[in-house]
Ligand binder design. Sequence first.
Ligand code: HAM
Length: 436
Amino acid sequence: MQSKFSCPRGTTDITPFDISRWDNIERISKQILTCYNYKEIRTPLFEETELFARSMGQSSDVVCKQMLNLAAQQKDDQDGVTLSGLSLRPENTASVVRSYIQNGFDRKEPISKLFYIGPMFRGERPQKGRLRQFNQIGVEVLGPNTAQPYLDAEIISLSVHLLKSLGLEKFQLKINTLGTPEDKENFSQMLRQALKPYRKELSEYSQQRFERNVFRVLDSKDAADQEIVKKVHIGLSYLSTESQHYYAQVKEALMNLDVDFVEDQHLVRGLDYYTHTVFEICGSSLGSQDALGAGGRYNNLVRQLGGGDIDAMGFALGVERILLALGDKKVPLSNPLAAYIVPMSEEALNQGFVLMNVLRQENISCDLSYKYSAKLKNVLSNANKMDVHTVILLGEEEMKKHCVTLKDMQQKKEETISIKGNDFSKIINILKERYN
Ligand code: HAM
């Protein structure tokens, strides 16, 4: 079969063949997040474009180049004013902050520990590990006076705990600090000074970045830019004494939790809202798109978006990248079908149909081969392709003797069970004992 349509570039189908891996990732993550006392939040898949521009920054790559707008900007006929549009969410931090302010979370609880799992959208050039629709597992913690080094360490170690529990072993955690907005401004000025002598050698795009937002030069993927960046050493002199102390406490708390990390002074993250602690986790087998997840503190964003003085920090992990990094590593199947009923005559099909209904009423997962065949080889070939524990065979012999044959597909054992009319209680008990 050849479809006339394919899914749009940079998107993928998650088919029933892959779904158990996704189910498992979500189930394990939710278990851990609940254990850390995080509550789920679901926000719309689209928001006002302006929300993202204000939070991530006009000069960030995401806002400059990757927004997927729902409608082209329209001109109002009367006065020529440009109407603001809506965009698919490229990330969820801004939306969570918007919801936090709009729903007055701060009046309801002293600290909001939130998580989300869902799709994000960025108009990037697709490549391995880089999609236009991808999924994130993210957390955001917000509340007044919650900028505490222990909380930073908890959030970072939670991201590591999640990745380890999902089966990942080889990754590296990098951390850095940007300090307060004043420290960040210092950092920016020092960076400009340090890069100035090399300005003409930078790629054209990084020369623009130098003008618009010098931090973006540190994110450049251009090899020549990266060589220049390596020559620049700023240290932590841009930080106030207080910020240095805060950073030292975060590192100490991480060490107490036995979380391995390296410090990377060039880690500034591509989004404008960060202050203080930032971090990124890179997988060793992923090539150029190697970030499995990233996050950081953003103490000023709530105020910037119209809320009060609320500290906040979070991270997001990329689910597709986690799956890529896991490769063939088996994620256990979540739910094979308990029973598959295989009738071999029209009369058996009638009885099988009733049996299926009875089993489903008992919450035993099952299905039926709706087309019967008298040839055992034919009927079993379909059953073999399915992910099923037990095949219930209703053949000619079985119909004559008022019984069914239960074939355990994993243990390769079979047994015959007698039935009386439509009383299937023996089958129900056996299946419940095995699979419930
Ligand atoms: P981000 O670094 O833009 O941060 O994205 C986080 C993770 O999402 C990345 O490390 C990567 O695993 C995955 N990801 C991003 N873009 C793509 C893509 N095009 N294709 C596949 N995977 C992708 C944020 O989104 C922040 N909101 C994180 C955060 C939460 N900071 C504070 N709170």
